[in-house]
Design a protein around this ligand. Structure first.
Ligand SMILES: Nc1ncnc2c1ncn2[C@@H]1O[C@H](COP(=O)(O)OP(=O)(O)OP(=O)(O)O)[C@@H](O)[C@H]1O
Ligand SMILES: [Mg+2]
Length: 378
């Protein structure tokens, strides 16, 4: 890998037009990311200075690209002001590891501020986010499966992949299409398996967002929500399913604050360690006034193919208990299933390609329950 100090040294050959110092010395090299063949960083300047710094950005990118071994260089210019930091309301519930919520704590979880009344994209009837505080528990799998399940029920469905740092929709839907811009200057969502979908993965190079800081990722997410032609007056979208990245960070807060979500569905695996994160996620959504529509227990068990017996690999029934504990509906369990994993990896969602499969049937039943909770028909 190329030497970091050497790269910073070289970047100092470019002069910051404002301070007259070298770029690195002026503190303008942010989030420098170096790998064997890629280099990139971000320049953050005042909103009025974008034009002034565009030649600087270009010079820096050219310099990086010319470094030995570097095949791809990217320098991003941004003028994002940091959004106001999230301060939990007074008396916010902190959930300790393994803690069960007391009645007092639960009472404290009623929204401390009124539900977010952000502006939703035009012609979208319902918006539901799929979330978990922990990574790798099957959010994207559930988001794609539920989206296809709603489609199966006759809804017009959008799927927004809000995982800016690790998009998965292109892979799970087997598409690498380039979105087109329509006459209204909005991006047309990509059509796949009857869904309208959008992901940062359709727009920028894989790896590019890795060097984005929180405010930039939030602004990219804003564009995925508002600069996409999700629905029109003639063809409104019945539901937009949002596949969230793991955690309770900037992206989740941007969503909770900027949109009027119908609610969130929390995904968990059964073991205690994962459930602590479910509680964390639930507290965050409830504090920001977003309803929890239900909890799904994923990877609930594995059916031993030789005996047909259920093997509870990660323990049993924890998500159901946590849902009860939080006073939110339990939507159902999804076992570990090879066909489901294979379908995700192949980019052919199981629910769309084989709706009669027992796993597909479970997701369809969950979509029906959610539809009832949303009190809506397509
Ligand atoms: N019920 C299941 N049975 C078998 N494999 C599953 C199941 N659910 C998810 N997987 C597999 O587990 C992996 C992680 O799932 P997925 O990408 O949906 O998780 P995630 O929560 O979205 O992860 P991240 O936090 O990274 O966004 C994938 O390979 C997926 O195919
Ligand atoms: Mg995911």
């Amino acid at each position: 890998m190329i030497d970091r100090a050497h790269v910073l040294d070289r970047l100092n050959e470019i002069v910051d037009p404002k301070s007259g110092q070298g770029l690195a010395a002026a503190g303008l090299v942010q989030g420098l990311a170096l790998s064997a063949s890629r280099a990139g960083f971000m320049i953050e300047v005042g909103a009025g200075d974008i034009a002034l710094y565009e030649p600087v950005r270009l010079a820096a990118e050219t310099l990086l690209a010319a470094l030995p071994g570097i095949e791809r260089a990217q320098v991003v210019l941004t003028s994002q002001a940091d959004p106001a930091p999230y301060t939990p309301p007074e008396g916010a519930v902190r959930v300790r590891r393994g803690a069960r919520l007391s009645d007092e704590a639960k009472a404290g979880m009623t929204p401390a501020r009124p539900p977010s009344k952000g502006e939703n994209p035009a012609h979208v009837k319902h918006i539901v986010a799929i979330a978990s505080a922990k990574g790798g528990v099957g959010k994207s799998t559930a988001a794609v499966s539920l989206a296809c399940a709603f489609r199966h029920l006759g809804w017009t469905v959008g799927l927004l992949d809000a995982d800016i740092y690790g998009p998965s929709a292109p892979r799970m839907l087997g598409s690498d299409a380039d979105p087109k811009v329509n006459a209204d200057k909005k991006l047309e969502p990509i059509a796949a398996f009857g869904l309208k979908t959008m992901s940062i993965g359709f727009i920028v190079d894989e790896g590019a967002p890795m060097i984005w800081r929180g405010p930039m990722a939030s602004s990219a997410l804003n564009q995925l929500i508002h600069d996409v032609a999700w629905g029109s007056a003639e063809a409104p979208l019945d539901i937009l399913i949002i596949d969230l990245p793991p955690g309770t960070g900037d992206i989740q807060l941007t969503l909770a604050q900027k949109l009027s979500l119908d609610g969130a569905v929390l995904i968990s695996t059964p073991q205690e360690i994962a459930l602590i994160d479910v509680r964390r996620g639930a507290v965050m959504f409830q504090k920001t006034g977003v309803a929890i529509l239900g909890v799904i227990e994923n990877m609930a068990y594995f059916v031993d193919p030789s005996t047909g017996e259920k093997v509870p690999i990660f323990g049993e029934g924890g998500a159901r208990r946590t849902a009860d504990d939080l006073g939110t509906p339990f939507l159902g369990e999804v076992p570990i299933d090879i066909a489901l994993r294979q379908a995700c990896d192949d980019g052919r969602p199981l629910v769309a390609t084989d709706p009669q499969h027992p796993i597909s049937q479970r997701f369809i039943a969950m979509a029906e329950t959610l539809a009832a909770r949303l009190n809506a028909k397509p």
